[in-house]
Ligand binder design. Sequence first.
Ligand SMILES: [Fe+2]
Length: 399
Amino acid sequence: MVNVTEPSHFTYKPIPVASNANPLYFEDFGRQVEGFDPSRSTPEQMEEIINMLYKHSILLFKNLKLTPKQQFEMTHAFEPQANNYGHGNNKTGNTKSSILHPDLKTIPHQPQVQLIGNGKVQGVYEGLDSPQLKHPHHKTFHKEIVSDEDEEKGVTRFYRWHIDAALYNLSPPKVTTLYAVKVPAGELQTCRYDDGTGDELQVSLGGTAFVSGKNMFDVLPDELKSLAVRTTVEYAPHPYVWMSKAHAMSTGLGIESEGLEMDLEDLPEWEESKVKKLPMCWKNPVTGSLHLQVHPCGAYKLHIAPEPSAALYPAGGVVTDLKTVRDTLYKIQRPGIAPPLVYSQDWEEGDLVIFHNQGLLHSVMGAFTPDQLRMFHQCNLAASEDPVGPDAEDITKYA
Ligand SMILES: [Fe+2]
């Protein structure tokens, strides 16, 4: 299907959604782009790609040859003022206690681009000497884990639903680019929610799950839409260190409240002015739609604006009890990750995905054996400013 009203440098087709997906949620979400050549791209072509990305949240390119430099340049085109990796450059050497540390290897000649994946790379690769990669496994993060027996049968989980963002000091990147260099073949796996609903998905080995923040907002009942447009989420300082001893829920959509978060005084040095307070809904710069965008693991407090006619929190206030913060977010976000709303990217070598990091949530899935080599290049850049929340019209409409 080619929509003739859309720009014309390239051809756009719907992304291939699996049988779990309800096509209604994918009318606008995701496009496969044909005809793009990164070695010959022009500023006009990139302008079109940028516009299409904001309209469709995910763009998939097949069979690309893409150098780290070209990948950085594509990512950089979304925001020429942004120059540093989303978590700060040269992540490999920093903040050893952060839960993100083992997952990233910085490419020395293009430090905004990270090598991620699984297995040991033989020899020197892009300036890295035999890098050892490790795909995150849910058993290192979830409270309750899949039994060995079920794992043998190919049962997996969403590791962690998230936005790519430091959530402290730096602003969330506008987009992330993910380029598949090496993809091991493997059997289909079953991604199980294990939350009592019986929900599950058939996914390819090491697929990446995506859900639209717009769908996540749109499926909510009116009282939760009202709460969502009135709420600002405050994140913990150094959230990935703060949560480093805590365990996730079986859906990967947030943390179990066991009191295992670090005390703020035990964290690396931090200052109040760098703590992130971000609206719960972020406004799409091209479509004007609201996308429900919360990184549930790092959330610390909710600041709610009053609305006397509202069903929930009419007087507004600040929610500081961590369990209440999490329960509230879970109620708001869980509908948006139901199987009919999930797109799972079934990777092939040469695939490039650009995704709207300020417009969707994503999660890795799958479990690899140590000998299964998987190599991806990932790039995102801390934005020069925080995302914009609902405007006065949105508040009138939804609050
Ligand atoms: Fe990510």
